[in-house]
Design a protein around this ligand. Structure first.
Ligand SMILES: [Zn+2]
Ligand SMILES: [Zn+2]
Length: 122
């Protein structure tokens, strides 16, 4: 006996339904709207944000804040623009302004490319 079509049927539509996510920092429910989901997808992110916009902003602005207590266990991902290709990416640290930051692709290229053929060092 059919109970009606499952909700996943909606995934056939191009329009992605808004997601409601509970912020893991403050516990607030926030909307991960379809436009934000598209924005994330364009940036190549596969995971939905786990924090509300406020906490994300606070996290980004806070730098090395130790206010949160046990937050140091989590890697803080920071949005950066790759110094090489200009792509938006995330790095697991807070970059200093005086150093170039690369996306993972360019980082691998920089590492492997510069000393290529010169004997491998780890
Ligand atoms: Zn929050
Ligand atoms: Zn790059």
């Amino acid at each position: 006996m059919p109970w009606g079509l499952p909700y996943t049927e909606r995934n056939k539509e191009l329009h992605v339904p808004d997601q409601t996510i509970t912020c893991r920092d403050c516990g607030t429910n926030f909307i991960f709207s379809d436009s934000e989901q598209q924005f994330f997808a364009e940036k190549g992110f596969t995971n939905a944000p786990s924090r509300c916009p406020d906490c994300r902003r606070a996290n980004r602005a806070g730098g090395g804040s130790s206010r949160g207590g046990g937050a140091s266990r989590d890697r803080v991902m920071t949005d950066v623009t790759c110094s090489s290709c200009g792509k938006l990416t995330q790095v697991p640290f807070v970059p200093r302004g005086d150093r170039p930051v690369y996306c993972s692709d360019c980082f691998a290229t920089q590492r492997g490319g510069s000393s290529y053929g010169g004997g491998r060092r780890y």
